[in-house]
Design a protein around this ligand. Structure first.
Ligand code: AMP
Length: 226
């Protein structure tokens, strides 16, 4: 399956993408993670990307499209992929159309995570990530680790992303509204989009996502009472 996950910062794209990818046995490809890997390794590309990331702006398309192209060329994508954080503007969506052209359907589904902006700011302000495995995510109020500053899963040190400061989050939201939201229209025109709420527990959102891509069952246990 080839799936795109789109949503504003703080909607839980990374968390959901990691779980969905395991469920579907396809690689989870996050352009944000690819950039952070480069930055961590101190490559020139990483340093260049970081100047944009820390101010909440998009990394230029010529860098981003190149990084994604290289990743999609690896053999593990033959079974499909789950893209998290790409495309983030129309030019990237058109580049992806080109990269996925062929006899297969280009994409199977585009999931859009929806969340009120006030919730985004509060979620991100308290978000802490594990330095050892960035897929372990905590929140200082809503899901604090047992020992402050330490990952419950692997003992790694928790840190705050430097683009998670409030002013940067507001800039990232503006960029989402002006550049990424039009991408949804691009895929709506192809009949691929399902919008789901990103509110609720991680498992609830995952269940909605699985239903949206035809891999889960609707929970109608409270159909008459809720
Ligand atoms: P994320 O981890 O998806 O929240 O991405 C973190 C940051 O990486 C974004 O705020 C952008 O600065 C940059 N980034 C990630 N994906 C892209 C993309 N597709 N195009 C441009 N910049 C990106």
């Amino acid at each position: 399956m080839r799936i795109l996950l789109i949503g504003p910062p703080g909607a839980g794209k990374g968390t959901q993408a990691a779980r969905l990818a395991v469920h579907l046995s396809i690689p989870h490809i996050s352009t944000g993670d690819l950039f952070r890997e480069h930055t961590g390794q101190g490559t020139e590309l990483g340093r260049h990307a970081h100047t944009h990331i820390r101010t909440g702006l998009l990394v230029p398309d010529w860098v981003t499209v190149g990084v994604l192209e290289e990743r999609l060329a690896r053999p593990d994508t033959e079974r499909g992929f789950l893209l998290d954080g790409f495309p983030r503007n129309l030019a990237q969506a058109q580049a992806l159309d080109g990269m996925t052209a062929g006899p297969e359907p280009r994409l199977d589904a585009v999931l859009v995570l929806e969340i009120p902006e006030a919730e985004v700011v509060s979620r991100i302000a308290g978000r802490r990530l594990c330095g050892r495995d960035r897929e372990h995510v905590f929140h200082v109020d809503h899901s604090p680790p047992a020992v402050a500053g330490t990952c419950d899963v692997c003992g790694g040190e928790l840190y705050r992303r430097d683009d998670d400061r409030e002013a940067t989050v507001r800039r990232r939201l503006e960029v989402y509204r002006s550049e990424t939201a039009p991408v949804v229209g691009h895929y709506q025109a192809q009949g691929l989009v399902t919008t789901i709420s990103a509110l609720g527990r991680v498992q609830e959102v995952l269940d909605r996502a699985l239903v949206a891509i035809g891999r889960g069952q609707v929970d109608d246990s409270c159909a008459s009472s809720c």
